[in-house]
Structures are given as structure tokens and as C-alpha cells.
Design a protein around this ligand. Structure first.
Ligand code: CAA
Length: 389
């Protein structure tokens, strides 16, 4: 049975800051951000946006394309959960009006959560071929102001329908996995900014890539040349370039001029102008590839590398389905990104420094351009989401 991604949709905040603005204020050469880490803009969530609104806003357009009654599983991968008990999946389930005969669960392993969700959803669909699963990756990447991680912040969500006979990408059964108990990036419950051993994290990311690839290769016998394109987890776009160069070298392949751009270039475009979205990030790269590729990718195999600090890594693959373009959200993605508003440095810092009310009082949040779902406020410690369109 063919199982994989039937539909895929991306959403990010309607606000961003130019990294030139950040560089100027921090006294850093903008080339470090534009070239050294390969980022141009950072998406910033306003106070009425969180991982739940982003997830619901990503999911709504694809839910409208199917019979939502067929969804009997919602899996939500995130690093930036909003509740220690209630799953973000349960909020989204309610906001989308899904069937009560549906499981809804949140998964956590840093940026790897959505990939675990994709594979669990596929196993579910294999046992119930008529069912569909809604898989979400949604995150706000937040580091301390002025820290090396600051220019790699961002936010975004990707929603996917996983089903049998998928119209976008059939995913191969075999995966290469690598898990190791390391402290490269973490966020204790009492913090809302991630802690990271930056340089070490990039080394672990690359080592885990080699190990996951080895495991994938042992099972499939496939080689580097069997893939038309590669999507890598994208903490920042330069990381994917380094990963691709590393994998090519590991496989004994010499990249010719233009190979890097041809094999991964289209996957980087959205991340470069939105920043890290942790669990969503690999799939933002996939959306970017599918939306921007000038070549018809139908029938082509794509290599996918997911990395979650801590760490769990997985190399897997899938084949893009003929006619996939008709089912993409390309026009909506372009409109959303084109209509975003730029923040000044002051506005960025003010939003960053806002503290979520924790006094149990009744707080109504200022209305920004967040839509169609927004976080209207919090009362008695309960978040109140509304459909505002
Ligand atoms: N012009 C051009 N390039 C410049 C430059 C300039 N003026 N100044 C510096 N650079 C280059 C540097 O040479 C360097 O390039 P190389 O890596 O190719 O050597 C690059 O810009 C970065 O400069 P630094 O090494 O000085 O970087 P830094 O100390 O400021 O921090 C970082 C970089 C460690 C990635 C930091 O941004 C960070 O901690 N980020 C968060 C952690 C992260 O994203 N880790 C990725 C792996 S973990 C993961 O993937 C999970 C996840 O999502 C977090």
C-alpha cells in the first residue's frame, strides 16, 4: 500500500524583522547573517499568535480539501508547547471542528517531533487504509536577546494530511535512525528561551546525519545519486549547505559547480525569509521545494533528513507523485509571505519582552493581523481562541 503526504500547507506569522536591522543594532556585519548563516528575515509572532493559531491556520486550507470526518488521528509535534498537560492537538482538533472519534496527541523531541508524527501516522494508516491523519509541526524559535542564537529565531507551522494513495509524496517504508543522549540544545520547563551549545549542536547534527544515512543505506542499498533533491532540517540555511556537502563527501561524491544549488537550493527559500520553525522546519523546506521547483518533480525521489537536538535524527525518503502541483498551496503561500509587515527593532524587542499574563485575570489581547484563527486572550488561565475572518 502506498502511504505518505496527501496534502501539505505552511503558515507563518504576518510579521518579520529584517536581519539587516538586527545586525545594525547589534553592531554585527550583516554579511555574517546573510552569508555566514544564510538568513535574511525572521518571522516574529505577535501576542495574538502562538503554536496553536499557527497550526490551525496552516491546517484549515487543507482540511477544506478533504472530508474532515475521515480524520481519526491528530498528531502535533512541537518544542514550544503552551500547556504541560493539554495537548496542542486537542485545541486544534476543536478549532477545526473534527470528529470526536479521533485521537489527539502532542509529541516532543525538539525539532524531530513532526517526523515522529509522520511515521506514527503512516503506521496508523497502514492498519486503517480509509483513515486520514492530520500531522502538524508548529514552533516558535526563541533564544536570548543578543545571544549567537538570536539571528536564528523564527516561527511557523506545517500541516499535512497523511493517507493511503497520497497525492503529494509517497514515503518509503525504510528509515535510518540515530539516537544519542546529548545536551546540545534544551529548554527546561522554567524557561521560555532555549539554551544551546551552538557550535557543538552543529557538530552533533552533522555526525547524526552520517549515522542516520548509514542505517538508511544498510536497509535500502540506495546511494547519493538515487535522489533528485535533498531536504534537510533547517535551523538556518547555511546548515543545510554544510550538511549536503558533508553527506556528499561521506558518500565519496564530489559536488560539481551548481550541484549544491540544484540539489537543495529550492528547499531553502522559505526558511531564509522566515527563520527556524523547529519541528516544522524540515517540512517548510519541502513546501519550498514543491512550490518553487521549475522542474516537474513527479516520479522523483527526495531524501529527507530530520534532526531534533537531544538528539534523535532520521533519514528517510519519498517519491513525489505525478500531478502533485494541482494539490499544492503555492499561491496562498506566496500571498501570505508577500503581505507580511516589517517590524522596527523597537517593535521586535517590545514583542519579545512582553510576558504572557500568569495572574489568572481576564486579559484581552490587542488584535494584530493574525487570521483566520487568533488568540483573543486568556481568562482564569484558559487560552481563548477565536476564528476572526
Ligand atoms: N561575512 C560572512 N560570513 C561571516 C562573517 C562575515 N562578516 N562573520 C562570520 N561569518 C561566518 C563564520 O565564518 C561562520 O561560518 P562557518 O560556520 O562556515 O565557519 C558563520 O558566519 C557563523 O559565524 P560564527 O561561527 O562566529 O557563529 P556564532 O558563534 O555567532 O554562532 C551558531 C553560530 C552557533 C549557529 C548560532 O547561531 C547558534 O547557536 N544557533 C542556534 C543553534 C543552532 O541553530 N544549531 C544548529 C544545529 S542544532 C539544530 O539543528 C536544532 C535546532 O533547530 C536548534
Amino acid at each position: 500500500m502506498n502511504v505518505g503526504i496527501d496534502l501539505i500547507s505552511f503558515y507563518t506569522s504576518n510579521y518579520f524583522i529584517e536581519l539587516k536591522t538586527l545586525a545594525t543594532t547589534r553592531g554585527v556585519d550583516p554579511a555574517k547573517y546573510y552569508i555566514g548563516i544564510g538568513q535574511e528575515k525572521m518571522a516574529i509572532p505577535p501576542p495574538d499568535e502562538d503554536i496553536v493559531t499557527m497550526a490551525a491556520n496552516a491546517a484549515l486550507p487543507i482540511i477544506k480539501q478533504i472530508d474532515p470526518a475521515q480524520i481519526d488521528l491528530v498528531l502535533f509535534g512541537t518544542e514550544s508547547g503552551i500547556d504541560q498537560s493539554k495537548a496542542a492537538a486537542a485545541f486544534v482538533h476543536g478549532m477545526l471542528g473534527l470528529s470526536h472519534r479521533c485521537r489527539a496527541v502532542e509529541l516532543k523531541e525538539a525539532c524531530y517531533g513532526a517526523t515522529a508524527a509522520v511515521h506514527l501516522a503512516m503506521a496508523h494508516v497502514r492498519t486503517k487504509p480509509d483513515s486520514k491523519a492530520l500531522v502538524i509541526g508548529s514552533d516558535v524559535a526563541r533564544y536570548e536577546l543578543g545571544s549567537p542564537g538570536e539571528p536564528t529565531q523564527g516561527c511557523g507551522a506545517v500541516a499535512m494530511i497523511v493517507s493511503s494513495n497520497p497525492r503529494t509524496m509517497k514515503i518509503d517504508l525504510q528509515s535510518g535512525i540515530y539516537t544519542d543522549d546529548v545536551m546540545d540544545f534544551w529548554r527546561p520547563n522554567y524557561r521560555d528561551q532555549a539554551l544551546v551549545d551552538g557550535k557543538y549542536s552543529t557538530r552533533v547534527y552533522l555526525h547524526a546525519l552520517e549515522e542516520a544515512w548509514k542505517h538508511y543505506q544498510e536497509q535500502t542499498g540506495r546511494s547519493f545519486g538515487d535522489f533528485a533533491r535533498f531536504c534537510y532540517h533547517l535551523p538556518f540555511t547555511r546548515m543545510a549547505e554544510k550538511a549536503h556537502e558533508r553527506l556528499a563527501k561521506f558518500c565519496g561524491v564530489e559536488l560539481a559547480a551548481g550541484d549544491l544549488e540544484r540539489q537543495i537550493g529550492d528547499t531553502l527559500f522559505y526558511n531564509r525569509i522566515t527563520g527556524n520553525s523547529y519541528a516544522a522546519s524540515l517540512y517548510v523546506g519541502l513546501c519550498s521545494l514543491l512550490d518553487r521547483s521549475a522542474e516537474d518533480l513527479g516520479g522523483k525521489r527526495i531524501g529527507m533528513y530530520s534532526y531534533g537536538s537531544g538528539c534523535v535524527a532520521e533519514f528517510f525518503s519519498g517519491t513525489i507523485q505525478p500531478g502533485y502541483c494541482a494539490h499544492l498551496q503555492t499561491a496562498r503561500h506566496a500571498k501570505m509571505l508577500a503581505e507580511r509587515a516589517e517590524l522596527t527593532f523597537r517593535q521586535y524587542e517590545d514583542i519579545y519582552n512582553l510576558r504572557f499574563p500568569t495572574d489568572g485575570g481576564d486579559h484581552e489581547f490587542t488584535r494584530y493581523r493574525t487570521a483566520p484563527f487568533r488568540l483573543a486572550g486568556v481568562k482564569a488561565h484558559k487560552r481563548h481562541y477565536v476564528h476572526s475572518a
